[in-house]
Design a protein around this ligand. Structure first.
Ligand SMILES: *Cc1c(COP(=O)(O)O)cnc(C)c1O
Length: 368
């Protein structure tokens, strides 16, 4: 019944959900071990005092950082924690040594709130050319552009919030570095979902989505030889120790991912995405946006002609009412790419064939 061989192990590690949870891109379902790691620490804080409990958890915190860092190709001492990915980006921009008129190049899938952060700092933002209708960066065109002009940095969402396309980050980093340009990667949708060792100067992300760690923990990692001149210690300065229980929960989530085998998990999520896109192709007038074999489990459906954003929101609300948790992703999430909301489903390893069949049946009744 599970689409993935890992489905039953992943499912059994969690409480039975009340709904078919197809919304990992908003927040994945934490395992019992994650919840236990968090609550255990909260009890320890109350019993012994929170600084004593933190010291006692030092080894677990270190291991969590080491394993998270390994997933993104960094070292533990390059990691800084914040509450959210956005807070991590802000912390980064706060200490980066950038010129008064900073230019940044982004991809078409750029996350709307990131553009707000760039806009409020007065950055000149340019969109890199796309190789296809999905907003994937055209690396040939980029190579060419970089010969004539170099931005202060390139910022790219490895996977955006508005479709399931993976940007060719490894190639972008190679081309950018050859031109002396640093690259910052938003991994909020990619960590725990696809391979995330990219060689980028700075990467940041969040615990709560595909890693299925707790909400309230974000991270940023800066390579010591980063071409963006950033002092990790500056970022640490002024930060409190933060949500230690949450970091322990994130550590438990990363450990479970490693236990399953990250590459196996990524492969299974790709298989799930393909199965979902195949199953949902040709359902009423909803249209699967990504190429069927895009190696992600983030699947978006463009609404039938005439649907307004409010209609897509109503469709998502209806699906929730019948027990299918999905998101109406508004255009602001990817404003350079979307001009209407899309229905976004992002199943994790325990999705079943029956979940997809139910979703297809409901969509059929909602299309025109
Ligand atoms: C969710 C998301 C973020 C923001 O994550 P927060 O932890 O809520 O700040 C950033 N970028 C992308 C692409 C996202 O999907």
């Amino acid at each position: 019944m599970f689409l993935s061989e890992l489905g039953s192990a992943w499912h059994d590690a969690r409480v039975e959900p009340d709904i078919a949870h197809l919304d990992s891109a908003s927040a994945g379902r934490s395992s019992n071990a994650v919840i236990e790691a968090i609550t255990k620490h909260l009890w320890e804080e109350s019993r012994h005092g929170s600084y004593v409990a933190m010291d006692a958890a030092a080894q677990d915190l270190e291991r969590g950082s080491r394993e998270l860092a390994a997933l993104i190709g960094h070292h533990a001492d390059e990691l800084v924690y914040r509450d959210t990915a956005r807070a991590a980006l802000r912390a980064l921009l706060g200490v980066a040594n950038l010129p008064v008129t900073t230019t940044v190049w982004v991809a078409r899938n750029e996350f709307g709130p990131n553009l707000v952060e760039f806009g409020r700092r007065g950055f000149g933002v340019h969109t890199m050319p796309s190789a296809d209708v999905y907003g994937r960066v055209d690396t040939d065109a980029l190579e060419n552009m970089l010969q004539f002009e170099q931005p202060d940095f390139i910022h790219v969402c490895h996977i955006g919030s508005g479709n399931g396309v993976v940007q060719p980050v490894v190639e972008i980093v190679e081309l950018a570095h050859a031109a002396g340009v640093p690259v910052v990667v938003d991994m909020a949708q990619s960590i725990g979902h696809v391979p995330t060792i990219t060689g980028a100067d700075v990467v940041y992300g969040t615990s709560r989505k595909w890693l299925t760690g707790p909400r309230g923990v974000g991270f940023v990692a800066v390579r010591p030889d980063s071409r963006l001149r950033i002092d990790v210690e500056d970022m640490e300065a002024g930060a409190t120790a933060g949500f230690i229980a949450g970091r322990l929960g994130l550590g438990a989530a990363v450990e479970e991912l490693i236990g399953l085998g990250p590459h196996r998990v990524f492969g299974e999520l790709a298989t799930i995405g393909r199965a979902a896109r195949e199953r949902l192709t040709g359902i009423a007038s909803w249209e699967v946006v990504e190429p069927v074999d895009e190696p992600t489990a983030l699947v978006t459906l463009a609404p039938p002609p005439g649907f307004q954003p409010a209609d897509v929101a109503a469709a998502a609300a209806h699906l929730r009412k019948v027990g299918l948790l999905v998101t109406a992703a508004e255009a602001q999430r990817a404003p350079l790419m979307l001009d209407n909301s899309v229905l976004r489903l992002s199943p994790h390893l325990d999705v079943t064939r029956q979940d997809l069949d139910r979703l297809a049946a409901e969509l059929r009744t909602m299309g025109y």
